[in-house]
Design a protein around this ligand. Structure first.
Ligand SMILES: Cc1cc2nc3c(=O)[nH]c(=O)nc-3n(C[C@H](O)[C@H](O)[C@H](O)COP(=O)(O)OP(=O)(O)OC[C@H]3O[C@@H](n4cnc5c(N)ncnc54)[C@H](O)[C@@H]3O)c2cc1C
Length: 427
């Protein structure tokens, strides 16, 4: 999008302002694009030797960049953050994102359950084209510059650690796009939390989102089944608010517990339940496509001299990790009681005792509180300093929502900076 239009005097004066963006993930790069297109001089600083490492990692298993579901449903995926998320997404919607990608030369397709992917499913070709365009437009990229805070002069003097040497850099306006704290080896370490908190900025504690959970498996189960997927199961849990949630999909058994799409989609609620009660019970339906009565009637068929394991395999197709899980969780006496066994196949209780550490999570919940920001994403108590992307206090499940939101918020911060700068010039 080129927002360079007929400049008013106030906008022309703004363009004399220097802009520093810190953090070269999708949010920071999108803000850079908006500002360079508007005619600003843009310098982007990144701690790592190259930008967008998490973005590239997101492309490893197939880059799910957005979602094609109806816009109201799309908006409902975000934790309730009032108008700010909505107005960012209104300015750069999932449809706008697909148009933007097409302009970059990246065609997309809609996969199962509305997920949107680049045709080649990869992030690297997209990033290459995008960086070429940003550099060509004049964005100056500075690698290996780790922001460590402000000098004691004022908010316009930034301090960077450049391979052990401390440098002070001046900027009229700053956009912080520092990411969350998951996968810190890719650059987003969450170290900014203490810097901003020390300046009096309210930060909602960072927590794992879209994460795995710990289960106290026995050594036997761990040794035999870790790494095995539980295919087409559905999962439910009763929350303390009384709401029963049910999701269908795949769950991966790991040596520490469980991972995978079906649990990621409920991870926010599960995390909250654990925070309150110290654990949460989930219930797996191992045969979600047939009713409990059908399961029981199949189990009740004469099995002759067959073992119950063989009978379950032949009648219901339950074997491997599903059979192992039943043996792990339920008392051996239940195997001779077909109605009890059938009920447990349809609703097998598993106790989740903790979330996995944030470093292993796909994304981060918590961050800079929205009450600290004006509608332009500027810190109310730090004029000229804007925050954007995953470092803000929102969360969403996997399914393309995270990247769309980060790109929208990056664009919103860029436009917000232009607006607040113009307002300052006029007033
Ligand atoms: C394994 C994995 C798979 C994922 N898959 C998907 C997916 O398919 N779809 C989807 O929508 N989302 C996915 N995500 C999430 C998505 O990648 C993130 O939500 C998104 O990258 C966040 O963008 P951001 O720009 O806010 O932050 P980041 O991408 O984290 O970028 C922040 C940047 O700031 C830099 N930085 C941090 N601190 C400093 C500092 N002090 N000084 C200078 N630079 C600093 C970091 O090095 C980093 O480059 C995935 C995440 C992971 C980990």
């Amino acid at each position: 999008m080129n927002i360079q239009k007929n400049y008013s005097t106030s906008t022309k004066n703004c363009l004399k302002n220097s802009v520093v963006i810190i953090g070269g993930g999708p949010a920071g790069l999108k803000a850079a694009e908006i500002l360079i297109d508007a005619g600003f001089k843009v310098d982007l600083y990144e701690a790592m030797p190259s930008v967008a490492r998490k973005f590239l990692m997101a492309g490893k298993g197939g880059m799910n960049i957005s979602n094609n579901e109806p816009y109201d449903v799309f908006l409902s995926r975000f934790s309730d953050q009032g108008n700010i998320m909505r107005s960012a997404l209104d300015m750069f919607s999932p449809n706008d994102l697909r148009v933007w990608l097409q302009e970059l030369g990246v065609d997309t397709f809609v996969g199962s359950s509305g997920r949107v992917f680049p045709i080649d499913m990869k992030a690297a070709p997209l990033l290459r084209k995008w960086l070429y365009r940003l550099r060509y437009a004049g964005v100056n990229l500075h690698m290996r510059h780790k922001w460590i805070g402000w000098s004691n002069r004022n908010d316009q003097h930034l301090l960077f650690d450049v391979e052990g040497e401390i440098r002070e850099i001046y900027a009229d306006n700053v956009i912080l796009a520092l990411g969350g704290a998951s996968w810190p080896k890719l650059g987003s370490t969450g170290e900014w939390v203490s810097i901003l908190a020390n300046q009096g900025v309210k930060i909602t504690p960072l927590q794992p989102a879209n994460c795995g959970f710990d289960v106290n498996w026995t050594e036997y189960f761990r040794a035999h089944y870790s790494g095995k997927p539980l295919k087409s199961v559905s999962m439910s849990f009763d929350s303390i608010t009384g709401v029963s949630n049910c999701h269908k999909g795949e769950l991966l058994v790991t040596d520490y517990g469980v991972e995978g799409g079906v649990i990621y989609s409920l991870s926010a609620q599960l995390r909250e339940e654990i925070a309150i009660k110290g654990f949460v019970m989930i219930y797996l339906d191992l045969m979600p496509n047939i009713s409990k009565d059908t399961v029981i009637s199949k189990l009740e068929r004469d099995r002759g001299k067959q073992s119950i394991s063989n009978h379950m395999r032949k009648q219901l197709g339950i074997n491997g990790v599903k059979a192992g899980l039943l043996r792990e969780v339920i008392n051996s006496s239940c195997f001779s009681n077909t109605s009890q066994l059938g009920a447990l196949i349809k609703s097998l209780p598993i106790k989740l005792i903790a979330t996995r550490p944030i470093a292993e999570a796909i994304s981060t919940a918590g961050g800079v509180s929205f009450i600290e920001l004006d509608q332009n994403l500027m810190l109310i108590n730090k004029p000229g300093v804007f925050c954007t992307g995953e470092m803000l206090d929102w969360e969403a499940p996997t399914g393309g929502y995270l990247l769309t939101a980060c790109l929208s918020l990056g664009q919103a911060a860029g436009i917000g900076l232009i607006k607040s700068c113009e307002r300052k010039q006029e007033g």
